[in-house]
Ligand binder design. Structure first.
Ligand code: HEC
Ligand code: HEC
Length: 305
């Protein structure tokens, strides 16, 4: 679901009858839902103005649509710690790990989360997801559940940040030198486009995932990723990554980064090489220490800043 859908979902909930919305049907009977608060206030009892209008709309939905002075003492009972852990296990653990240590998604154990530094941001990220990334929205959580899982995330973040053992400066040199990674990956505006951009890879992945990709690139292919091999009627064979496809045509990026388009009628053969990656494994070509350095370097890549 995209953020656009999320917004219209919130609009629908505001406009529609008060059933099914956050904090209405399921929590309607509970004490304290009638004393509206921003969710951030409920979480940490420190009133703070919401920054985005979408989020204020969300807060109105959460609060049962009646804005009310923020000084009202919170009456919602604190959700028990187990509830948050259970919701996390069911909805988040397959990407963030049961203890927030990270699997395909980033670890949530750093003392300060990069994007979810404040409570507003944390609640917004959990509810709406992060557009354009693999972090999905959780629009079906109730107010109580949202708060419980946010508290659980905060309890993970009290622990120590996972450290990759390598040397990031050495990793930077390997990236550009022996690794040849910039042939296929954009880093801060420079590099080839065959693989995904790595400028913010330290935000979306964790050390264990990165190590696994370097040793066995096909172990975790991005969603929708497909390598194909096309053979034209005159016998020319091209391997590339599918960019788009319909009944009549297919567009590829070949392994040197060039864009190609074919009419399917002109092809003798079109093979879907499911589960394959054009990225080479570095198991034999880099030493374990060099892999450590690369992982340490990639974990420092957290965007342009
Ligand atoms: C399908 C995998 C997936 C699921 C399910 C998922 N996440 Fe995420 N999450 C991610 C990814 C990937 C990112 C990093 C996005 C990026 O920056 O590219 C992320 C980012 C986050 C962040 C921001 C971290 C930071 O450094 O600021 C938080 C907080 C978070 N997720 C919490 C949750 C919670 C809580 C749940 C369950 C309700 C959840 N996630 C479910 C994949 C997932
Ligand atoms: C021949 C091109 C090529 C080279 C060289 C290459 N990669 Fe890749 N890489 C890819 C492709 C394509 C993908 C996406 C498919 C996959 O995950 O295997 C990818 C995926 C990745 C991912 C996973 C990104 C994510 O968020 O899922 C990382 C990390 C990565 N590469 C790092 C590196 C590093 C570090 C090097 C150098 C040591 C390198 N790659 C060399 C093509 C390449």
């Amino acid at each position: 679901m995209t953020a656009k859908h999320a917004v219209s979902e919130v609009r629908r909930r505001i406009a529609g009858p008060r059933s099914g919305g956050l904090g209405s049907a399921r929590n309607g009977g509970r004490k304290g839902v009638q004393a509206p608060q921003s969710v951030a206030t409920l979480l940490h009892r420190s009133a703070r103005p919401a920054r985005s209008s979408i989020f204020s709309a969300l807060i109105l939905v959460l609060a049962g649509t009646r804005p009310c002075p923020a000084q009202t003492p919170p009456k919602v009972p604190a959700p028990d710690a187990d509830a948050g852990a259970q919701i996390f296990m069911a909805n988040c653990a397959h990407c963030h790990g049961p203890k927030g240590e990270g699997t395909t998604g980033p670890a949530l154990t750093s003392p300060r989360l990069q994007r979810a530094s404040g409570d507003d941001a944390l609640l917004r990220i959990i509810y709406f997801g992060i557009e354009g990334t693999e972090m999905p929205p959780s629009l079906t959580l109730t107010e109580i559940e949202l708060k419980a899982v946010a508290r659980y995330v905060r309890s993970l973040a009290a622990k120590v940040e996972p450290v990759a053992p390598g040397n990031p400066f050495a990793g930077d040199r390997i990236y550009r030198g022996a690794g040849g990674c910039d042939k296929c990956h954009v880093m801060q505006g420079a590099g080839g486009t065959l693989g995904p951009e790595l400028t913010a890879v330290g935000l979306r992945r964790n050390p264990a995932f990165l190590r696994a990709v370097l040793l066995d690139p096909s172990s975790s292919l991005p969603e929708g990723f497909l390598q194909v091999r096309a053979v034209t009627k005159d016998g020319k064979s091209v391997t590339g990554i599918r960019l788009s496809e319909d009944a009549f045509s297919i567009r590829l990026r070949d392994l040197s980064g060039g864009l190609l388009g074919f009419w399917k009628a002109d092809l003798k053969e079109l093979q879907r090489e499911t589960g394959k990656s054009p990225m080479p494994s570095f198991k034999g070509t880099l030493t374990p220490a060099e892999i450590d350095d690369l992982v340490a370097y990639l974990m420092t890549r957290k965007g342009d800043k």
